[in-house]
Design a protein around this ligand. Sequence first.
Ligand SMILES: [Fe+2]
Length: 416
Amino acid sequence: MTRGQQVAGQRPSIRAMGLRCLGGAAVAAMLVSIGMGRSAAQSRSMAPAQIRIAFGADPRTTFSVAWQCETDAPGSVVLYGQSPRLGRTAPATRAAYKWETGSVYEAQLTGLRPDREFYYRVGSPNGGWSEVHQSRTAPGAREDFTFTAFGDQGVSPAAKQNVEHIVAEKPAFHLVLGDLSYANGRQAVWDTWFSQNEPLTRIIPFMPAVGNHENEKIGDLKIGYASFLARFSLPAPETRYSFDYSGVRFISFNSDDYQNPDQLKWFDDLLARTKQDDTVRWVVVFMHHPLYSSNVRRLNNTGLIEVMRPRLEAGGVDLVLTGHNHNYERSYALMRDQVTNHSPNRYRRGGGIVYVVSGGGGKSLYQFVPEQPAITAFREATEHYLRVKVDKRGPIVVEAVRTSDRHVMDRFELRR
Ligand SMILES: [Fe+2]
C-alpha cells in the first residue's frame, strides 16, 4: 500500500458486487464455534477472503499478508508464528482507494527465521478467522530452489488450471509478468481474479510486475495504478522493486512507464550495486513488455530496445522474463540484437542475454507471423507457465510447461 489510509467512517464508493468471502454455512459454523452473538449476515461481510502473501523487504525474515472483507472488520490482525501454535500478532492496516469493492487489509510479518516454515491466519474478533495457512521463508545460505512465472493471466479455465499447476509445483515463489486481472476499470473483476488465485496466493509468495492493464481507466477517468497499489502489499515502491533469493537478484521493472527518469536512475543504480555484490550469482529482470517478439499483433518494441537493451547488457543481467504477448517466444543468447550463441538450449553467463516472452497465463492466444526471426530459438502459441530451477552451485534451468498437459515444450539452461 502506498496510498493513504481510509478516513474513519468513510464508506467505499462502490460496494462489492457478488463478492464472496466464505460460504454462509461455513461462516455460520465458525460463528457458532467462536460463540459470536452477531447475525450471520453482519459477520459474513467481515469474514476475510482473497488472501495473498508476498515477500517483505527481506524474504528471509519478513512477509506481507493482504486480504479483503466485504466491509470494515475492526481489529483485523494476522496471528502467526513458526509453529502451528502461532503466538505472535501483526496488526493490520486498512488499504483504501476510492473505487474499492470492499475493505482491504494488510500486515507485515517480521522477525521470522530464515529457511523455516511459518504459519498464519488472518481475521478479526467479529469477522472470524481464516484457516491456518503455511509458507516458508527464504534460506539464509544458498540452496537449490524452484520458482514459477506467467503473465497475462486474467480469469479463464486455463488461468484456473495454471493456478492448480503452480500449487502442485510447490515453488519457492511465483512471479507474475504483468497484466493480472484484466479488470480494465471493472473493479469487481479484481475480486473474481483474487478468488480464482487464492489457492496459490495464500501459500506461495506472489510477486507481480506491473503491466499496461494495471494502468486502469474507469470510463474516461484515469485511475492509474490505484487498484494495484491498494490491493497488493509489495516491497517499496511496489510498481518496481527487487528482492534477493538464494544468490539470485530479482528485479521487477515497470515497463509500462519505461521512460520515467526516476525509475531508470533506480534501475541503473541497482544494477551498478549488483555488480559489486558478490553474494549475487544471477540477475533476473522481470517486467511486462518484451523487447523482441514476432506475433501478428506486435513485432520488436524499438522504443524499449533503445532504452533497455544497453542497460540490461551493461548491467550484467542474465535472463529477462516478460509477458504482454499471449504466447511463448524465447531468444538465443543475444548482444546488441545479434545472436551470440546458436546453441538451442545451453548458454553461458556473460555471453549474452536470453529473453523470454511468457504471456500464456490464461488469456486468448496471439498467433505468430509465418517467418520465425533469426534471434528466436523457440516459439509456440500455447497457454503455459515457466518452471525455473536454480542450482546453488550449477545452472539455472528454465522450462516452459504447457497448461493443457504439463508437457515441457521448451527447456534451456544458463551456466556460469
Ligand atoms: Fe499487456
